[in-house]
Design a protein around this ligand. Structure first.
Ligand SMILES: O=C(O)CCC(=O)C(=O)O
Length: 299
C-alpha cells in the first residue's frame, strides 16, 4: 500500500479530473497524501531544512540528550507519556511570534516567513480543491476556519533525534490531529512517520524532491460529516539517524464555530412515506439528488 501522490502540475491540463478524483479518494480513504509539483521553490525548501538542521545542532541537540527522557531511556525507566522528540512551535497567523523565539538566526526567521507565505497559499488552494470535490462553495473551509481573525496557522518544528533504543519509545505516540489541514516538510533520508490504514500501519517514506506531505485533522472530519478522514498516525524512533519534520497547521481560529457543512449532511426528520413517494418517480436515478430534495422538503 502506497500513500497517494497528487501531481499539482496536472491540475491545469487534460488530466485534471483524474487528479481531482485521486485527491478526493485520498481524502476519503487515507486522510493523507503527498503533493508533487506544488510550485514552492525547491531551493527555498532546501534552505529551510538546512537552517533548521543547523539550529537543532547548535541549540537543541545537547539539551535533548541531557533531558529526562534521554536519561530515562538509558536507565530504562521511561514514563508512559514520553515522546522522543525535540521541538519548538512558531505562530504565524493571526499574529507571528517568530521574533520572540530565542536563538533563531535572522536568516532562519526570514526564510521561514517566506516559506510559510507560500505554504499558506498552498493550503488555501488545497482547501478550495477539496471544496470543489465535495460540491460545496469554494471558500467554505477557509470561511469556516476564519473566526474573527482568519484561520490559525502555526508550525511545529521537530527533530526526532537518533535513538539508541527505538524499541523502548516512540518518536511521537499515535494520535489524530485536532485541526484542519497539516502540511509537512519532512526529512529526505530518515523514515519514521506511519499512518494507520485498513487495520495496518503504513510506513510513509522520506520525502524526496521536497514533496509536501499532507494530512487532514479532526475538524476536517467534522466539517465534512465524516467524508474526509482524520487518520491515526505516529512517528517511530530511529536508530540510524535524526529525522527532521516541519509540520504547518492550517487550523480553525480559536473562536471559529465548527459544524458539518449542511450540504454534506443526510436529510433528517422526514416522513418515510414522503421518501417513498419521491422514490416512486426517481428509483432509477442517483440517490444524491433525492436526498437533496428531501432536505428541501423538510426545511
Ligand atoms: O513529525 C511528523 O512527521 C508528524 C508530526 C505530528 O503528527 C504532530 O506533531 O502532530
Amino acid at each position: 500500500m502506497e500513500v497517494p501522490v497528487i501531481d499539482f502540475g496536472e491540475l491545469d491540463g487534460e488530466r485534471r479530473s483524474e487528479t481531482m478524483a485521486l485527491l478526493h479518494g485520498a481524502c476519503e480513504k487515507w486522510g493523507c497524501f503527498q503533493i508533487e509539483n506544488h510550485g514552492i521553490d525547491k531551493s527555498l525548501m532546501e534552505k529551510v531544512k538546512q537552517l533548521v538542521n543547523q539550529h537543532y545542532e547548535e541549540n537543541m541537540k545537547d539539551s535533548f540528550y541531557e533531558s529526562e527522557i534521554a536519561k530515562g531511556l538509558q536507565n530504562k525507566n521511561l514514563t508512559s507519556d514520553a515522546d522522543w522528540e525535540s521541538t519548538f512551535f512558531i505562530w504565524h497567523h493571526p499574529k507571528s511570534n517568530i521574533d520572540e523565539i530565542t536563538n533563531l538566526s535572522d536568516e532562519l526567521r526570514k526564510v521561514m516567513d517566506a516559506y510559510i507565505d507560500k505554504l499558506i497559499k498552498l493550503a488555501e488552494n488545497l482547501s478550495e480543491l477539496m471544496c470543489e470535490n465535495l460540491g460545496i462553495e469554494k471558500d467554505y473551509i477557509k470561511e469556516s476556519f476564519s473566526g474573527s481573525k482568519g484561520p490559525s496557522v502555526g508550525t511545529k518544528v521537530a527533530k526526532y533525534p537518533q535513538c539508541p533504543r527505538p524499541e523502548l519509545v516512540r518518536g511521537l505516540r499515535e494520535h489524530t490531529d485536532a485541526g484542519g489541514i497539516i502540511l509537512l516538510l519532512q526529512d529526505d533520508q530518515v523514515p519514521g512517520l506511519e499512518f494507520f490504514k485498513d487495520g495496518q500501519w503504513v510506513e510513509i517514506p522520506p520525502s524526496k524532491n521536497n514533496t509536501v506531505f499532507v494530512n487532514t485533522g479532526d475538524q476536517m472530519e467534522v466539517l465534512t460529516n465524516g467524508r474526509y478522514k482524520s487518520a491515526l498516525h505516529r512517528v517511530m524512533a530511529d536508530k540510524n539517524g535524526s529525522r527532521l519534520s516541519i509540520a504547518t497547521f492550517y487550523n480553525p481560529a480559536g473562536d471559529a464555530i465548527i459544524s458539518p457543512a449542511p450540504k454534506l449532511l443526510y436529510p433528517n426528520r422526514f416522513r418515510f412515506q414522503d421518501y417513498l413517494n419521491l422514490y416512486a418517480t426517481t428509483k432509477f436515478a442517483e440517490k444524491g439528488p433525492r436526498f437533496e430534495s428531501m432536505k428541501r422538503m423538510v426545511n
